[in-house]
Design a protein around this ligand. Structure first.
Ligand code: PLP
Length: 393
């Protein structure tokens, strides 16, 4: 059976491949510690679960409008006003089945064959594949470690061609946890406005920000920038609702309408019950959001020093999200591996710690460790990596 060219060209997700291998080892009885997870390890707050159950008992179990319930779009508009002082009409908001599917729908709505999208590296694994699935071409610009993995306005200017349609800014970033400053965002945005490049601002980790860092949406910087920006966000990471599949886009009405038309022929609407949960997530008390943030921050502070004490390993301290992205090239060399992919493989098979090799994020010398797991497990995992490396040196 012949498969379509577009799926044959897809790169399978490295994150999922590692998770599958870790599961296989676990099934064989091995005590594997998984640091590959991209989801908070907390339960969804009870008030959100209760609201969803209540909605079902009240009979809200039917289709909704394709772009989401008006009450949820109102709750999102209120959230954008409250948190970022941004004003959006409900016609400028579209709710979809998770931020991932909202991004997929966006690229389908804006790209024609051969259109280019600037993807800073290291990138979240799905961006290049989603751009390619829409016929577009990802154009990579390296966010250098020396610049905290962020691209500069000069680099951006050098990557623009007549075919450039959009740029993806993911701050705080998966996998690096780094956050663009207002000045950096301003410089990037000015180039985008001048060249009419759409800014896709993935703000899914907005609530997970640590220390003295803070998050600004690029759309806050001026009206002209806001008009050129589509904000992507959702409840997965902020409210520990990964399985509920609710995300949204906010921005230009024409694009939102096109995305809604597409959704009407694919998902019909995001799951009704999940939408009722999300209304409570945005309108209800936000203290659990802060409690989860605090827990991530204290784990980060507890393990950061232990990680960088591993021979050869260096790591820019993340400012947000829940990942560490150390440079493991020297550690791999010292341990006798010719590259970080092989080192990661050995960590899984011999040290029984699952990390994601950076190659999946467009950065071969790094590994990604998620700290969305208990401190106890995290400390044990880092000890295992340390002893494994010590034994190999
Ligand atoms: N964007 C980034 C950078 C992510 O890391 C993720 C999830 O891992 C998403 C978007 C998708 O989130 P959702 O669960 O809303 O689809």
């Amino acid at each position: 059976m012949k498969l379509a060219n577009r799926v044959q060209a897809l790169t399978p997700s490295t994150t999922l491949a590692i998770t599958a291998k870790a599961k296989e080892l676990k099934t064989q009885g091995h005590d594997v510690i998984g640091l590959g997870a991209g989801e908070p390890d907390f339960n969804t707050p009870q008030n959100i679960i209760d609201a969803a159950v209540r909605s079902m008992n009240e009979g809200h179990t039917k289709y909704t409008p394709s772009a989401g319930l008006p009450a949820l779009k109102n709750a999102i508009a209120a959230k954008l006003k409250r948190d970022q002082d941004l004003e959006y009409n409900v016609s400028e908001i579209m709710v979809g089945s998770g931020a991932k599917h909202v991004l997929y729908t966006l690229f389908q709505a804006i790209l024609d064959a051969g259109d280019e999208v600037i993807v800073p590296t290291p990138y979240w694994v799905s961006y290049p594949e989603q751009v390619k699935l829409a016929g577009g071409i990802p154009v990579y610009i390296e966010g250098k470690e020396a610049n905290d993995f962020k691209i500069t306005a000069e680099q951006l200017a050098g990557g623009i061609t007549p075919k450039t349609r959009a740029i993806i800014i993911n701050s705080p970033s998966n996998p690096t946890g780094m956050i663009y400053t207002n000045e950096e965002l301003q410089a990037i945005a000015e180039i985008c406005v001048k060249n009419e490049i759409l800014i896709v601002s993935d703000e899914i980790y907005e609530k997970l920000v640590y220390g003295s860092a803070s998050h600004t949406s690029i759309a806050q910087l001026s009206d002209a920038i806001k008009e050129q920006t589509i904000i992507i966000n959702g409840v997965s990471k902020s409210h520990s609702m990964t399985g509920w599949r609710i995300g949204y886009a906010a921005g230009n009405e024409k694009i939102i309408k096109a995305m809604t038309n597409l959704a009407s022929h694919s998902t019909s609407n995001p799951t009704t019950t999940a939408q009722y949960g999300a209304i409570e997530a945005y309108n209800g008390p936000q203290d659990t959001v802060n409690e989860m943030r605090d827990a991530f921050e204290s784990r980060l502070n507890a393990i950061y020093g232990k990680l960088t004490a591993i021979p050869g390993m260096t790591c820019v301290k993340p400012q947000g999200a829940f990942y560490l992205f150390p440079n493991a090239k020297k550690t791999a060399d010292l341990s006798g591996y010719s590259n970080v992919d092989e080192f990661s493989q050995a960590l899984l098979e011999e040290a029984l710690v699952a990390v994601v090799p950076g190659s999946g994020f467009g950065a071969d010398d790094y590994i990604r460790l998620s700290y969305a797991t208990s401190l106890d497990q995290l400390e044990k995992a880092i000890e295992r990596i340390h002893s494994f490396v010590n034994a190999k040196i």
